[in-house]
Design a binder for this molecule. Structure first.
Ligand SMILES: [Fe+2]
Ligand SMILES: [Fe+2]
Length: 212
């Protein structure tokens, strides 16, 4: 990739195009047995296991990022995001428990553990974090929820609607802060590379997830 001189906003627009086309490919990769009007219970439990793990892990690594977050507006938004992700963990975990499943019984596949416990926590710069997680990852999580929104049982659907509203907010402030802080060719290159890495890891994670 050659160095370019895009404005922050132009950069975010072009990054979103890459993320959305990757997500469209991912939305074609769904577990089998999801064609009916409702998600079968085994798939629901399977998704809840991964979603609960995702939310808890996100709470932890965003917390870790705060130590090296010096921009006041980013600090405030990420701190808010931590509370949201912790809420999502609690809400979704309640549904999981209603199926008699304890989150502690779930061992994430190595692709998921790498993404959530090594890759995201290891991102060093604010622009990499915003691009790879707030924008790429959260758009991916939203993709699954919105694609299947009408298929959740009513109580879970009400939760998923609340989660999805928050995730949209995390993408939105991620875009806003990235446009503000990602304004040099060097930073844009870093953000683009971490997004591409995240998209590749996410698509490997999706391929594992669909093996119910
Ligand atoms: Fe979340
Ligand atoms: Fe989120």
């Amino acid at each position: 990739m050659t160095a370019t001189a895009l404005s922050g906003r132009e950069f975010v627009t072009s990054l979103m195009r890459d993320v959305e086309s990757a997500m469209q490919r991912n939305n074609g990769v769904m577990p089998p047995g999801m064609d009916g009007p409702e998600l079968p219970e085994p798939i629901l439990r399977h998704w809840l296991n991964f979603a609960v793990y995702y939310e808890k892990a996100a709470t932890a690594f965003i917390g870790g990022w705060l130590r090296t977050t010096n921009e006041p507006d980013a600090l405030m938004q990420l701190a808010h995001q931590i509370e949201d992700e912790a809420n999502h963990f609690v809400w979704l975990n309640k549904h999981l428990l209603e199926y008699g499943v304890a989150a502690s019984s779930f061992t994430p596949p190595k692709e998921w553990a790498h993404l959530m416990e090594v890759f995201y926590p290891g991102l060093e710069h604010l622009v990499e974090r915003l691009a790879a997680h707030n924008i790429a990852s959260e758009t991916g999580a939203l993709g699954f929820m919105e694609y299947n929104m009408t298929k959740f049982p009513p109580a879970i659907r009400a939760t998923v609607e609340k989660v999805s509203k928050d995730e949209k907010f995390h993408v939105a402030f991620g875009r806003r802060l990235l446009a503000k802080y990602c304004t040099t060719p060097e930073l844009q290159e870093r953000a683009r590379r971490s997004t591409q890495d995240a998209l590749n890891l996410m698509s490997a994670a999706r391929r594992v997830f669909v093996k119910v």
